[in-house]
Design a protein around this ligand. Structure first.
Ligand SMILES: C[S@@+](CC[C@H](N)C(=O)[O-])C[C@H]1O[C@@H](n2cnc3c(N)ncnc32)[C@H](O)[C@@H]1O
Length: 295
């Protein structure tokens, strides 16, 4: 079984460059789920799997009073988040963001420390979703809220994937030549999950709400969404080579890699306009830790 922290250490730069921009709009929309809580006084926020700091930094920029702690299994991703915070935030705002390496299912924080727990595109990666959600419940104060966005399982035919498969076949590149399996999403099946330790995409909005209830939360709600992103051909090649299929490309000899990249770019460029729009189903879920009972 592969560790997601180690994997993200290797692909951190590719993630920052090619995949974080695809997720940003839907990730940041997660903040809307807790806007009322912030207006009511929530101040301490935990961002699970902060990555390059997408959610954490957006929260700091949106709400002057909040402090955000980001955790991530990958030290390289934490480095990216800190560098991005240095670049984007004023010194005063920078002081409201801290980040550390940690796993979502073993949080290095005391009980009830946070008002809000947020997360974008991470709960599909944790080895045990229920353990991660129980940890989130533990570190929330009574009455605190969790909100997350992640992938909803489903068939998502995409011309970019079809072209990639065709080109691999045309060039006689078998995925076993170098492959260790698809990475973040989308085509992951049960075998991939067994191999890399992911808990996988949510099966339904109902499963998302049920999972939160099983972890001890109340008022669980989940809604489906659709992430849409128009790749340009070079951007999709970058996404494959430096992020999603980095293992495959990294394992090829130079001559094969160059040929694969060139053929891919040529074939993707020949697609009709609009064919490189990726459409993936998402789910946003939220719930509350029960308020403390009055004596
Ligand atoms: C798809 S990225 C999402 C990053 C960011 N939240 C965003 O929306 O752009 C997934 C992140 O989760 C982290 N991760 C994966 N498994 C984790 C775990 N068990 N505990 C904490 N972080 C984890 C990865 O290192 C990576 O940074």
């Amino acid at each position: 079984m592969r560790d997601q922290g180690e994997r993200y250490d290797r692909i951190a730069e590719g993630y920052r460059r090619w995949w974080a921009p695809v997720l940003v709009r839907d990730a940041v929309a997660t903040l809307d789920m807790v806007a009322a809580d912030v207006a009511a006084g929530a101040r301490q926020i935990l961002d699970l799997g902060t990555g390059t700091g997408t959610l954490a930094l957006a929260a700091i920029e949106r709400w002057p009073g909040v402090r955000v702690t980001g955790i991530d299994a990958s030290a390289e991703m934490i480095g990216m988040a800190e560098a991005e915070a240095d670049r984007r935030l004023s010194p005063a705002d920078r002081g409201r963001f801290t980040a550390r390496t940690a796993y979502a299912d073993a949080l290095p924080f005391g009980d009830g420390k946070f008002d809000l727990v947020l997360s974008s595109f991470v709960v599909q990666l944790v080895p045990s979703r229920i353990r991660a959600l129980r940890e989130a419940h533990r570190v929330l104060r009574p009455g605190g809220r969790i909100a997350y966005t992640t992938w909803l399982a489903g068939d998502a035919p995409f011309a970019g994937d079809r072209v990639f498969d065709e080109v691999l076949e045309e060039l006689g590149i078998r995925t076993e030549e170098a492959d260790d399996g698809p990475a973040d999403r989308v085509d992951g099946d049960a075998d991939d999950h067994a191999r890399d330790g992911r808990s996988g995409d949510l099966r339904s909005t109902r499963a998302a709400a049920d999972g939160l209830r099983r972890a001890g939360f109340e008022q669980a709600r989940a809604t489906a969404g659709l992430l849409e992103h128009a790749f340009d051909p070079a951007g999709y090649v970058g996404f494959l080579t430096e992020f999603d299929e980095e293992d495959l490309f990294g394992g090829l000899v130079e001559r094969r890699r160059v040929a694969l990249e060139a053929r891919l770019l040529e074939r993707l460029t020949a697609l009709p306009p609009g064919d490189l729009v990726l459409r993936l189903p998402t789910v946003t879920a939220s719930a509350r830790r029960a308020a403390a009972r009055r004596a």
